[in-house]
Write a protein that binds this ligand. Structure first.
Ligand SMILES: CC(C)(COP(=O)(O)OP(=O)(O)OC[C@H]1O[C@@H](n2cnc3c(N)ncnc32)[C@H](O)[C@@H]1OP(=O)(O)O)[C@@H](O)C(=O)NCCC(=O)NCCS
Length: 151
């Protein structure tokens, strides 16, 4: 729609962020089976512009569940002229499961199966540590798995 596009007739980044947030929240809620809230947006890359009229597919999957939080990986695909799906963007959001008063509550773990799921699962802990360090909620010294990348 024109209201969702910029002067180049491409989708606004913020529109895509909102759509990814909705898809990711559905995925997180399905896993947690309770209310979930967006806690942080850890990584977004707008690799490919999405022009007006494009068919867009947003795929969101919980890549790792921690105690009350979960990482959701979002892949955005666009159809090319032949209908083939081309990867356009990706993002990583963190959701927290909460009770009706907004207090974080425990969730079940997930068990990755495919190679890609295992790769994303393993890296999720380092991303969580980085996000917590940047937010000032964890000391860099305590981010053991993250630090191991540099040793
Ligand atoms: C999300 C929220 C419930 C977390 O509350 P909190 O007091 O920080 O709770 P905690 O410190 O216990 O953290 C809860 C979990 O979130 C994780 N977390 C908190 N901040 C994080 C960050 N910046 N990055 C990654 N994970 C984070 C914690 O590590 C913890 O995970 P774990 O239990 O799986 O180990 C609270 O901040 C909130 O309600 N925020 C507003 C949410 C909202 O309205 N979202 C819509 C955006 S407009």
């Amino acid at each position: 729609m024109p209201g969702e596009t910029n002067a180049l007739n491409n989708l606004f980044g913020g529109e895509l962020l909102a759509r990814m947030d909705r898809a990711a929240s559905i995925s997180a809620r399905r896993h947690a089976e309770q209310i979930v809230v967006t806690s942080s947006v850890n990584n977004v890359s707008f690799g490919k512009a999405i022009s007006i009229g494009t068919t867009v597919t947003i795929e969101a999957k919980v890549s790792r569940a921690f105690t009350t939080s979960m990482e959701v990986f979002i892949d955005v695909w666009v159809d090319d002229e032949s209908g083939k799906k081309i990867k356009a963007n990706e993002a990583i959001y963190t959701f927290v499961a909460v009770d009706s008063s907004g207090k974080p509550t425990k969730i079940d773990k997930i068990h990755p199966e495919t190679e890609e799921e295992k790769k994303r699962y393993d890296a999720a802990l380092r991303r969580k540590q980085l996000s917590l360090v940047l937010a000032g909620k964890m000391k860099a010294d305590d981010a053991t798995e993250l630090k191991a990348l540099f040793s």
